[in-house]
Design a protein around this ligand. Sequence first.
Ligand code: HEC
Length: 150
Amino acid sequence: MKFTLGAMAAFALSTAAMASEVAPEAVEFTDDGVVASLTGTAGDPVAGAEAFKNRKDGNCLACHANSDMSGELFHGDVGPSLDGVASRWDEAQLRAIVTNSKKIFTDETIMPGFYSLDVGEHLAEAFVGKTILTAQQVEDVVAYLGTLKD
Ligand code: HEC
Protein backbone atom coordinates (compact mmCIF):
# COMPACT_ATOMS: atom_id res chain seq x y z
CA MET A 1 0.00 0.00 0.00
CA LYS A 2 2.75 2.39 0.97
CA PHE A 3 4.55 1.59 -2.26
CA THR A 4 1.47 2.32 -4.36
CA LEU A 5 0.92 5.66 -2.66
CA GLY A 6 4.57 6.56 -3.09
CA ALA A 7 4.47 5.66 -6.76
CA MET A 8 1.35 7.75 -7.25
CA ALA A 9 2.93 10.72 -5.49
CA ALA A 10 6.03 10.42 -7.67
CA PHE A 11 3.85 10.27 -10.77
CA ALA A 12 1.91 13.35 -9.67
CA LEU A 13 5.16 15.20 -9.05
CA SER A 14 6.63 14.33 -12.42
CA THR A 15 3.47 15.38 -14.28
CA ALA A 16 3.51 18.67 -12.39
CA ALA A 17 7.13 19.22 -13.45
CA MET A 18 6.30 18.41 -17.08
CA ALA A 19 3.35 20.76 -17.16
CA SER A 20 5.47 23.89 -16.84
CA GLU A 21 7.92 22.74 -19.51
CA VAL A 22 7.77 24.14 -23.02
CA ALA A 23 7.67 21.32 -25.60
CA PRO A 24 10.53 21.40 -28.14
CA GLU A 25 8.20 22.28 -31.03
CA ALA A 26 6.57 25.07 -28.99
CA VAL A 27 9.71 27.05 -28.13
CA GLU A 28 9.23 30.65 -29.21
CA PHE A 29 12.14 32.19 -31.13
CA THR A 30 12.11 35.98 -31.45
CA ASP A 31 14.62 38.45 -32.88
CA ASP A 32 16.06 38.65 -29.38
CA GLY A 33 16.46 34.87 -29.07
CA VAL A 34 14.46 32.66 -26.72
CA VAL A 35 13.44 35.13 -24.05
CA ALA A 36 11.35 32.92 -21.77
CA SER A 37 12.80 30.16 -19.63
CA LEU A 38 11.95 26.70 -20.99
CA THR A 39 10.95 25.50 -17.53
CA GLY A 40 10.30 28.47 -15.27
CA THR A 41 12.96 27.06 -12.94
CA ALA A 42 16.23 28.97 -12.75
CA GLY A 43 19.18 27.16 -14.30
CA ASP A 44 21.84 25.68 -12.03
CA PRO A 45 25.33 26.50 -13.36
CA VAL A 46 26.95 23.57 -11.52
CA ALA A 47 24.56 21.04 -13.09
CA GLY A 48 25.04 22.92 -16.36
CA ALA A 49 28.81 22.44 -16.25
CA GLU A 50 28.22 18.70 -15.82
CA ALA A 51 25.83 18.48 -18.77
CA PHE A 52 28.26 20.59 -20.79
CA LYS A 53 31.20 18.24 -20.42
CA ASN A 54 29.37 14.91 -20.15
CA ARG A 55 29.82 13.01 -23.39
CA LYS A 56 26.34 11.55 -23.17
CA ASP A 57 24.69 14.94 -22.69
CA GLY A 58 26.02 18.15 -24.20
CA ASN A 59 29.48 16.90 -25.14
CA CYS A 60 30.21 20.53 -25.93
CA LEU A 61 33.97 20.00 -25.54
CA ALA A 62 33.90 17.77 -28.61
CA CYS A 63 33.72 20.96 -30.66
CA HIS A 64 34.52 23.85 -28.32
CA ALA A 65 37.56 24.81 -26.26
CA ASN A 66 36.75 26.29 -22.86
CA SER A 67 39.58 27.44 -20.57
CA ASP A 68 37.29 27.13 -17.54
CA MET A 69 37.49 23.36 -18.09
CA SER A 70 41.20 23.14 -18.80
CA GLY A 71 41.32 20.09 -16.48
CA GLU A 72 39.27 18.09 -18.97
CA LEU A 73 41.29 16.14 -21.50
CA PHE A 74 39.83 16.82 -24.90
CA HIS A 75 38.83 20.20 -26.33
CA GLY A 76 37.74 20.31 -29.96
CA ASP A 77 38.26 23.27 -32.26
CA VAL A 78 35.46 22.77 -34.77
CA GLY A 79 33.51 25.57 -33.08
CA PRO A 80 34.79 28.83 -31.57
CA SER A 81 36.30 28.90 -28.08
CA LEU A 82 33.59 29.62 -25.51
CA ASP A 83 35.88 31.77 -23.36
CA GLY A 84 34.00 34.98 -22.58
CA VAL A 85 30.94 33.82 -24.50
CA ALA A 86 28.53 35.60 -22.11
CA SER A 87 30.16 38.89 -23.04
CA ARG A 88 29.27 38.29 -26.68
CA TRP A 89 25.74 36.88 -26.34
CA ASP A 90 23.05 37.60 -23.75
CA GLU A 91 20.97 34.99 -21.96
CA ALA A 92 18.11 34.89 -24.49
CA GLN A 93 20.57 34.47 -27.35
CA LEU A 94 22.49 31.75 -25.55
CA ARG A 95 19.23 29.91 -24.82
CA ALA A 96 18.36 30.09 -28.52
CA ILE A 97 21.80 28.81 -29.58
CA VAL A 98 21.65 25.82 -27.23
CA THR A 99 17.98 25.06 -27.95
CA ASN A 100 18.31 25.08 -31.73
CA SER A 101 21.49 26.56 -33.20
CA LYS A 102 20.00 26.44 -36.72
CA LYS A 103 17.70 29.32 -35.82
CA ILE A 104 20.65 31.55 -34.94
CA PHE A 105 23.36 30.39 -37.31
CA THR A 106 22.36 28.66 -40.56
CA ASP A 107 20.70 25.40 -41.47
CA GLU A 108 24.16 24.13 -42.37
CA THR A 109 25.65 24.53 -38.90
CA ILE A 110 27.07 21.30 -37.60
CA MET A 111 26.22 22.27 -34.03
CA PRO A 112 23.30 20.06 -32.95
CA GLY A 113 20.02 21.54 -31.77
CA PHE A 114 19.99 20.31 -28.19
CA TYR A 115 16.29 20.86 -27.52
CA SER A 116 14.85 20.34 -30.96
CA LEU A 117 13.22 17.40 -32.69
CA ASP A 118 14.91 18.52 -35.89
CA VAL A 119 18.23 16.95 -34.95
CA GLY A 120 19.31 15.82 -38.41
CA GLU A 121 18.81 12.68 -40.42
CA HIS A 122 22.14 11.11 -39.63
CA LEU A 123 21.21 10.63 -36.00
CA ALA A 124 20.62 7.17 -34.59
CA GLU A 125 17.05 5.99 -34.46
CA ALA A 126 17.26 6.06 -30.68
CA PHE A 127 17.08 9.86 -30.88
CA VAL A 128 14.04 10.12 -33.14
CA GLY A 129 11.33 12.04 -31.28
CA LYS A 130 13.71 12.85 -28.44
CA THR A 131 15.85 15.81 -27.58
CA ILE A 132 19.54 15.50 -26.65
CA LEU A 133 19.14 17.62 -23.52
CA THR A 134 16.07 18.05 -21.35
CA ALA A 135 14.52 21.51 -21.04
CA GLN A 136 16.02 21.89 -17.56
CA GLN A 137 19.46 20.83 -18.79
CA VAL A 138 19.26 23.58 -21.41
CA GLU A 139 18.48 26.09 -18.63
CA ASP A 140 21.38 24.70 -16.58
CA VAL A 141 23.83 24.89 -19.51
CA VAL A 142 22.69 28.47 -20.27
CA ALA A 143 23.26 29.39 -16.60
CA TYR A 144 26.74 27.88 -16.83
CA LEU A 145 27.53 29.75 -20.08
CA GLY A 146 26.43 32.92 -18.26
CA THR A 147 29.41 32.50 -15.94
CA LEU A 148 31.88 32.63 -18.89
CA LYS A 149 32.51 36.36 -19.07
CA ASP A 150 35.61 38.24 -20.23
C1 HEC B 1 29.45 19.13 -33.53
C2 HEC B 1 30.11 20.30 -33.04
C3 HEC B 1 29.45 21.15 -31.96
C4 HEC B 1 28.97 20.73 -30.76
C5 HEC B 1 28.88 19.33 -30.19
C6 HEC B 1 28.58 21.94 -30.05
N1 HEC B 1 28.80 23.04 -30.82
FE1 HEC B 1 28.47 24.99 -30.30
N2 HEC B 1 29.12 25.61 -32.13
C7 HEC B 1 29.62 24.80 -33.13
C8 HEC B 1 30.00 25.63 -34.26
C9 HEC B 1 30.62 25.12 -35.55
C10 HEC B 1 29.71 26.96 -33.90
C11 HEC B 1 29.90 28.24 -34.73
C12 HEC B 1 28.65 28.57 -35.49
C13 HEC B 1 28.68 27.94 -36.84
O1 HEC B 1 29.57 28.27 -37.61
O2 HEC B 1 27.86 27.06 -37.12
C14 HEC B 1 29.16 26.92 -32.55
C15 HEC B 1 28.79 28.05 -31.84
C16 HEC B 1 28.41 28.05 -30.51
C17 HEC B 1 28.16 29.23 -29.71
C18 HEC B 1 28.37 30.68 -30.16
C19 HEC B 1 29.83 30.98 -29.83
C20 HEC B 1 30.32 32.35 -30.20
O3 HEC B 1 31.26 32.80 -29.56
O4 HEC B 1 29.80 32.96 -31.13
C21 HEC B 1 27.80 28.82 -28.46
C22 HEC B 1 27.42 29.68 -27.27
C23 HEC B 1 27.82 27.37 -28.49
N3 HEC B 1 28.20 26.94 -29.75
C24 HEC B 1 27.53 26.58 -27.40
C25 HEC B 1 27.56 25.18 -27.40
C26 HEC B 1 27.19 24.38 -26.26
C27 HEC B 1 26.77 24.92 -24.91
C28 HEC B 1 27.31 23.07 -26.65
C29 HEC B 1 26.98 21.83 -25.87
C30 HEC B 1 25.64 21.80 -25.24
C31 HEC B 1 27.77 23.08 -28.03
N4 HEC B 1 27.91 24.37 -28.45
C32 HEC B 1 28.04 21.93 -28.79
C33 HEC B 1 29.76 23.42 -33.06
C34 HEC B 1 29.36 22.60 -32.00
